[in-house]
Design a binder for this molecule. Structure first.
Ligand SMILES: Nc1ncnc2c1ncn2[C@@H]1O[C@H](COP(=O)(O)OP(=O)(O)O)[C@@H](O)[C@H]1O
Ligand SMILES: [Mg+2]
Length: 229
């Protein structure tokens, strides 16, 4: 479904990720772990097209999408939940969701997002910036879901969020995996959560994949060794 082949990408002079090879099949959830600064966000930005790779190719449903714009990738069904949520603080919750619709091909907000995150219905008229961090994260996920993506990129959706909302977000991601045919790449630091949702794990260090395995064969100690500072 998504193939990342020999991708090298970064910022101006500094190459951040090198020889990245990742394969995500239909209905699969891939997790990417790694210490801060190893290139996880850079990888996702390259997949959604905010960054252009210097080398390599990205295929989505067998089509080469390496050179098309982020908006076109969204039209093709790739949803993106950026690290740090990046919702629009001066717009209402509802308006933030409408912007999510514009990214894709849907015309109505699926009521499923309100079932997932009832708070977004209760707070529809509030400014996004007035929500708590965890609620903003829920809004960011909902904003990606309203376009009904077939592929979802999630960058640390539970980072810095109070535990009760972390659980809600984890439950939703597990439910998306089980109930819709949405493939995902999830960047996440919590190995227990990763194990509850992922099929396959990649660990990145210094911009390269240093460990990969099916989730049921993951060696926890090896993973923790790469994650420790
Ligand atoms: N906009 C940018 N300009 C220049 N360097 C950047 C930029 N964003 C990130 N970097 C650098 O790229 C490296 C990888 O960053 P990032 O992909 O955000 O890592 P991670 O998501 O794994 O924490 C870091 O060294 C970071 O300082
Ligand atoms: Mg990051």
């Amino acid at each position: 479904m998504l193939t990342i082949q020999g991708v090298e990408a970064g910022y101006e002079e500094s190459m951040v990720i090198r020889d990245m090879n990742i394969e995500v099949k239909q209905d699969q959830v891939i997790c990417v772990m790694g210490r801060n600064g190893v290139g996880k966000t850079t990888l996702l930005k390259t997949i959604i097209g905010i960054l252009q790779p210097q080398k390599g190719d990205i295929y989505y449903n067998s089509e080469d999408i390496t050179r098309i714009r982020p908006s076109q990738r969204a039209q093709k069904g790739i949803g993106y939940v950026p690290q740090g949520r990046e919702i629009f603080p001066k717009l209402s919750v509802y308006e933030n969701l409408l912007l999510g619709l514009e990214a894709g091909n849907e015309t109505k907000i699926d009521k499923k997002v309100y079932e997932y995150f009832p708070i977004l219905k209760d707070f529809a008229k509030r400014n996004g910036g007035d929500l708590s961090g965890g609620q903003q994260q829920q809004l960011a996920i909902a904003r990606a879901l309203v376009s009904n993506p077939s592929f979802l990129l999630l960058d640390e959706p539970t980072e810095g969020i109070q535990p009760n909302i972390v659980q809600e977000i984890q439950d939703v991601i597990v439910d998306i995996k089980n109930s819709s045919h949405t493939s995902m790449i999830l960047v996440e630091q919590n190995l227990d959560f990763v194990k509850s949702v992922a099929d396959y794990l990649y660990v990145i260090d210094h911009g390269s994949i240093v460990y990969e395995n099916s989730i049921d064969q993951v060696d926890d100690e090896a993973v923790y060794r790469y994650l420790s500072v």
